[in-house]
Design a protein around this ligand. Structure first.
Ligand SMILES: Nc1ncnc2c1ncn2[C@@H]1O[C@H](COP(=O)(O)OP(=O)(O)OP(=O)(O)O)[C@@H](O)[C@H]1O
Length: 601
């Protein structure tokens, strides 16, 4: 983990830089701080005058009335300013948090999947970023006050009674000095505390995900001990951090109290010695005594709130580490099959947003007419796929390799344009890998892939993806209904198109998928393997119908189906094969029967 101690100032700068409106917020804090300083001085002056007037000046209760009203008004304004500052701080904090979350999520979508643990990421983006409230809503406003208030108070004290101002001037730096020393110590502890939080979230998410397996093997009970150990570590670290926070608050309190005591003794001695006499002398003495603690208060508060902000800063450091990561492939988007269902939905969402961005005036079916009268009604917002005709696909001496595995054999293959080719190579030969490569989710280690005469590496990958409908071997499902899962083919997006209910219903019927309102769980439970495969197929058909892509990739489309259903499904997508470059991975004879050619290697 990048340590917070390494570049704290830099982190603050980055935080403020990322925070839209943070500069304005600091400006507001400074203005409110100046107003609050004026209130502090006015309140102290009125209180001192009231007391001195009553005791030394012999003023009657009636003549003190206006001063009492003025004091009440000053206190009310001071309270109002505090609440305005609080509201502004929470508003600024909410803006910063949502901005950071958005940026981190966008970046995570660009980064290769599987690099981070879900539980840890969720804890970072939810609880971790929430902890920034401590920084923006409490620490930062106090820091601004810690600069503005002491300066104002010192100036008044200097004018009223220079010796007291001198004492405050000398002792005031002790507060930030102690604060920094304690801060350096607590920073490491705050980081450890954040590590514990991440580990706990990580462990818990793993446990919940693996619970069915653990129950099946009778090991679920054993996990209670593991959870106890992790939560115990978390509790101990939280308590250690709290202990330090309490002790440091005590130290700062002590330093401030001793300094105020020195001021009080100096003023008291001067009063006794006769250096300050009469109503004016008493008023000055009281003014100095009331103002002295006010000079220390914001610094003490800033020190105390630093601890509240430390966890958020540790989390922010991790968010910045994510933001600084360079995506392996700037164009590449996360692989849906390798991701959680939410990731898949977002991936499709991004695609849909891209499609909406290139929206044309006419519907896809009208423009292309590949389907003739069978085409489903589409929204006019859906775009024309960028590859406007079915291309030939060439693999030229292409080699794929997975980390830690022997590279797959070199492949040289031409898939003719506008034909249906069935790949019948043995299991493990690389059929799925080849399809994933066509949508840019796998890169060959040598050789090349070309659409017609243009190499895939030279094409706009996003545009290529828009020209392809891909049915992976194991389509990803999300928690929801069958219809919601199917609709992910072209999901809703801001300003984007939405597949109509009849279009979804037609795709479900064509794929012989379960009823639209059937509930589906992300892990596929609630559906048989065949039903889940048909939900994926319905999603594929909907995408084909709405986007009219010239390239279709189907990975074992009928693997889990019985003979009759297989035939019915094949009949339903037969009309979509014409004039498209279609690649199907399958060994089934019914699938081979609909192909123009077969390829083995
Ligand atoms: N993520 C991965 N990590 C490591 N190895 C992998 C990964 N995915 C696939 N492989 C390996 O790459 C080889 C090709 O796999 P691929 O799934 O492309 O084959 P396939 O021809 O589609 O197989 P099947 O017909 O069984 O679906 C296999 O040996 C497989 O074990």
């Amino acid at each position: 983990m990048t340590t917070l101690a390494s570049k704290p100032a830099n982190l603050d700068r980055r935080l403020l830089h990322r925070a839209r409106g943070a500069t304005l917020f600091i400006g507001v804090c400074a203005a409110l701080g100046i107003a609050r300083t004026a209130c502090v001085v006015a309140g102290a002056w009125l209180t001192a005058s009231l007391i001195a007037g009553a005791f030394a000046g012999g003023q009657s209760n009636g003549s003190l009335g206006p001063q009492l009203v003025a004091l009440g008004a000053v206190l009310a304004v001071r309270a109002l300013l505090a609440s305005v500052q609080e509201a502004a701080a929470h508003r600024a904090s909410a803006g910063v948090k949502s901005g950071l979350r958005r940026q981190a999520l966008q970046q995570l979508m660009r980064l290769p999947s599987g690099k981070r643990h879900t539980g840890e990421t969720a804890a970072l983006l939810v609880r971790g970023i929430d902890a920034l409230d401590g920084y923006f809503a409490r620490y930062l406003p106090q820091l601004v006050l810690a600069v503005v208030v002491p300066v104002g108070v010192l100036a008044v004290m200097l004018a009223a009674y220079p010796p007291a101002a001198l004492i405050v001037l000398v002792t005031l730096p002790l507060i930030p000095l102690f604060g920094v020393l304690i801060g350096l110590y607590t920073r490491t502890r705050a980081e450890r505390q954040w590590e514990s939080t991440s580990r706990l979230a990580h462990h818990f998410a793993d446990l919940v995900a693996g619970l069915p397996t653990l129950k099946a093997f009778g090991r679920a009970g054993k996990q209670v001990e593991a959870i106890e150990v992790t939560t115990g570590a978390y509790r101990r670290r939280s308590m250690a951090l709290l202990r330090v926070a309490f002790c440091s608050a005590l130290v700062l309190e002590l330093a401030a109290s001793l300094s105020v005591a020195v001021v009080a003794v100096t003023v008291g001695v001067d009063l006794v010695d006769g250096g300050m006499t009469g109503e004016a002398g008493l008023r000055t003495a009281l003014l100095v005594l009331i103002l002295a603690p006010e000079a220390y208060l914001p610094l003490r508060n800033a020190g105390a709130h630093y601890h509240a902000s430390a966890e958020g800063l540790a989390a922010a450091e991790q968010v910045f580490a994510i933001l600084a990561e360079a995506p392996e492939d700037a164009e590449a988007e996360p692989e849906p099959t390798a991701q959680g269902a939410g990731g898949f939905a977002q991936w499709l969402g991004k695609r849909s947003a891209a499609l909406a961005g290139k929206a044309g005036a006419a519907g896809v079916a009208q423009r292309h007419g590949r389907h003739g009268p069978t085409a489903l009604t589409t929204s006019p917002a859906l775009s024309h796929p960028p590859l406007d005709r079915a291309p030939a696909i060439m693999f030229r001496r292409t080699v794929f390799a997975y980390p830690g595995r022997q590279p797959l054999p070199e492949l040289s293959l031409t898939i003719p344009a506008g034909q249906t080719t069935v790949l019948t190579a043995r299991s493990g030969a690389g059929k799925s890998t080849l399809m994933a490569a066509l949508v840019g989710f796998r890169q060959p280690v040598s050789g090349s892939i070309a659409f017609d005469d243009t190499e895939l590496s030279g094409l706009d990958l996003a545009a290529v993806r828009r020209s392809i409908a891909w049915l992976p071997q194991r389509p990803v499902l999300i928690d929801g209904t069958v219809a919601e899962n199917v609709r992910l083919a072209v999901p809703d997006s801001r300003g984007g198109a939405r597949a109509s209910d009849p279009a979804v219903a037609k795709a479900i019927a064509a794929a012989h998928a379960p009823a639209a309102n059937r509930t589906v769980a992300a892990d596929g439970s609630g559906l048989s393997a065949g039903e889940a495969a048909r939900v994926g197929l319905a999603r594929f058909l909907l995408r084909v119908d709405l986007l009219d892509p010239p390239v279709l990739l189907l990975d074992e489309p009928t693997a889990h189906l019985d003979g009759d259903t297989e035939q019915a499904v094949l009949d339903s997508f037969a009309p979509y094969l014409a004039q498209r470059t279609v690649l199907i991975a399958s060994h089934r004879s019914a699938v081979r029967a609909i192909a123009d050619r077969e390829v083995d290697w």
